[in-house]
Structure formats: structure tokens, C-alpha cells
Design a protein around this ligand. Structure first.
Ligand SMILES: [Zn+2]
Length: 344
């Protein structure tokens, strides 16, 4: 084992490029250390920002109950169950180190595929898949559908329906012959083989993005999603799609229709929603098709990245994990197989 004196002597012999490389490496290690040292405390403070409660029954009648593997345990005097700071979060039941989760969060902030994350973090693909969806289930709960106000641009986009990951062995029956991975939907126009994702963005960049139906969107689908989520006196801007007319009338919203080729209408335009759709489509390409039952999680992943795009990367890595531990979620690996697509 070399002591620091020897290492320092060795460092003197390094080239500028090697020194820079070493400098970056040390920086990374120090950040990782400080993150993993502070994360449990940060998570606990965010999670119990309104006071400590039991994740099983929400009672506040809890006491400390010793430590297990260095982690503080608590006992609820109301329901008698024990828990720790990560019970019912993305990080519950994990055998992996906190450092592994931090590395994983880093890969997710960069938008890497399941396989790429697995390679970088040095875990198997199956584990990578579970970590991804445990984090995203929690993030979905943390963010919620949300609200928009003021000038609101709205439009819908489509994602090809996919049964990827549904195994015949578990009794799944394919409703149609499978498409080749990443292949476009054959039918012309919009069919029921496409999942409609409704989106709305206001001028504060508040974003709603949800799966609403298969095929063309009807005004009733829009109402189901947006009712109670658009503040009064808002002005919605849409393209010429007819469903928005009935929708705006029924919800008593001021409605500006931007006809094709007339994108400039002062402050009333749909440029932001159009550019959001381009970003979303481009971002999704890397995944080569997403199983419809997990699509909602990818929508929230995209929404989270949009929401916090201004933050520094290191803050994002930390916050992704904090946001994965704030709400009480009960994602169990056994439930992944039987999961159904989540339409609003
Ligand atoms: Zn309890």
C-alpha cells in the first residue's frame, strides 16, 4: 500500500494531460463521497418536511428502534411496524450501495438506455430495468399530472403501441403480429396502433404530458385530462384540430386556433409545443421503441428532465434520488409483469 507521499512523488512525473485526467478523477470521487454522505440526511429532510410519519399508516407516533446495517430504524407505536428512512421509496429493499444508486441516477440524467446504464454501473440488465422503473414510479408520484395557466399551448403527439416485454409464457396473447423493432406503424394516418399523448405547456414552462387514448383524441379525452388543471381565464392555443373546439367550449376557455402555415399570431402561437414535440421524438429514438405499459414512466422522465434542465448536472443527480424517496410508493418487482398501460 503506497502512502500519500509516494503518490505525490509519482504525480510529479505525469504529463499535463495525465494531470488533468487525474484532477477530474479526484473531483468525481470527492463529489460522489460528499453526495453519498449527505444523501440520507437530505432525503430524510425532504421526505419528512412536514414532520416524521409512519410510511405504513401515516401515524406520527413513532420512536427510534436501534440500527440495522448502520441504518437507523424506527417503530410505529400505532401500527407496530418498523421502517427506515428509505422504506416505501425507490431505494427500499435494495442490496446495492448508495454509490451505485448515485451512479445510476447520473446515467438517467444523461438519458441512457437500460443496457448502457447496466454497462456503466456494472449491474445486470434486469437490475437496470428494475432500478429505472423504481425511480420513475417514484418520480411520477412526486411530480403528478400538474397544472397550467395563462397562455397555454396544446397539442397531441403519437407513439407506436408496443407489447415489448410482454411474455407469452405469462399468458399474454399478442393482439396482432409484432412489428419489427423501431419500424413505423403501417396504417396510414392515425390508427388505434398509436398511443395518443396529450401535451400542454404554459409560458412558465409548466408541462402536462399524459397518455390519453389510442388513436385520434376526442374532446372527452381532453376534458378528462385537463378539467380542473387549467386555471380560469386561461387562453389555449392549438392547431386546427376540431376536438379542441368542443373542449374549449365545454371548459369555457378562450381559444386561439393557429391555422397551418400561420404560425405567427403575436404572442398566440404554438411554437413552444411544436419544439417540445420535436425534442420528445428525438429523445425517444434512443430507446428503439418503448413498451406501452411503461410509456408513462418515460413521459415523466422526459418531463422531469425538461423541468430541471436549468440545474447543474450534480444537482440533478442528487435531486433525482431525493425526488425518488419523498413520496411513499410501493413498487414491487413482482408487479412489473402484470402491469397495464396507464391512461388518464
Ligand atoms: Zn404505522
Amino acid at each position: 500500500m503506497k502512502n500519500v507521499g509516494n503518490i505525490k512523488a509519482d504525480i510529479r512525473n505525469l504529463s499535463d494531460v495525465e494531470l488533468q485526467d487525474l484532477f477530474n478523477f479526484i473531483g468525481e470521487i470527492m463529489t460522489l463521497n460528499s453526495l453519498s454522505n449527505n444523501l440520507p440526511k437530505d432525503c430524510r429532510e425532504s421526505r419528512f418536511s412536514k414532520g416524521e410519519i409512519c410510511p405504513h399508516c401515516n401515524s406520527d407516533n413513532i420512536i427510534k428502534n436501534g440500527k440495522l446495517c448502520g441504518k437507523q430504524r424506527y417503530k410505529c407505536k400505532t401500527c407496530g411496524k418498523t421502517f427506515n428512512d428509505f422504506t416505501k421509496s425507490a431505494l427500499s429493499y435494495t442490496k446495492l450501495s448508495l454509490e451505485t444508486w448515485i451512479e445510476y441516477a447520473k446515467c438517467m440524467v444523461l438519458g441512457y438506455s437500460i443496457r448502457k446504464c447496466a454497462d456503466i454501473v456494472n449491474i445486470c440488465v434486469k437490475t437496470s430495468f428494475y432500478m429505472r422503473h423504481k425511480i420513475l414510479d417514484a418520480v411520477r408520484m412526486f411530480m403528478g399530472i400538474g397544472n397550467v395557466e395563462g397562455v397555454v399551448e396544446m397539442d397531441e403527439t403519437f407513439v407506436a403501441e408496443s407489447f415489448k416485454g410482454n411474455h407469452m409464457k405469462s399468458g399474454f396473447v399478442m393482439p396482432r403480429p409484432p412489428r419489427k423493432r423501431g419500424k413505423q406503424v403501417k396504417k396510414r394516418g392515425i390508427s388505434n396502433e398509436q398511443v395518443c399523448v396529450a401535451t400542454a405547456i404554459d409560458r412558465n414552462n409548466d408541462l402536462i404530458i399524459e397518455m390519453v387514448c389510442k388513436g385520434r383524441v376526442r374532446h372527452s379525452d381532453l376534458e378528462r385530462l385537463y378539467k380542473g388543471r387549467i386555471s380560469d381565464n386561461s387562453i389555449i392555443c392549438t392547431d386546427s384540430h376540431k376536438s379542441y373546439i368542443q373542449f374549449a367550449t365545454n371548459l369555457k376557455l378562450d381559444h386561439k386556433r393557429i391555422m397551418r402555415g400561420h404560425y405567427k399570431n403575436g404572442i398566440y402561437h404554438i411554437n413552444h409545443i411544436n419544439s417540445l414535440h420535436s425534442k420528445f421524438k428525438e429523445w425517444m429514438l434512443r430507446f428503439h421503441g418503448v413498451s406501452t405499459k411503461f410509456l408513462v414512466n418515460y413521459l415523466y422522465w422526459f418531463k422531469w428532465l425538461q423541468n430541471f434542465s436549468e440545474d447543474k448536472e450534480i444537482i440533478k443527480n442528487k435531486n433525482l434520488l431525493i425526488h425518488s424517496t419523498i413520496n411513499f410508493v410501493d413498487t414491487k418487482i413482482n408487479n412489473f409483469k402484470g402491469r397495464k398501460p396507464i391512461f388518464v
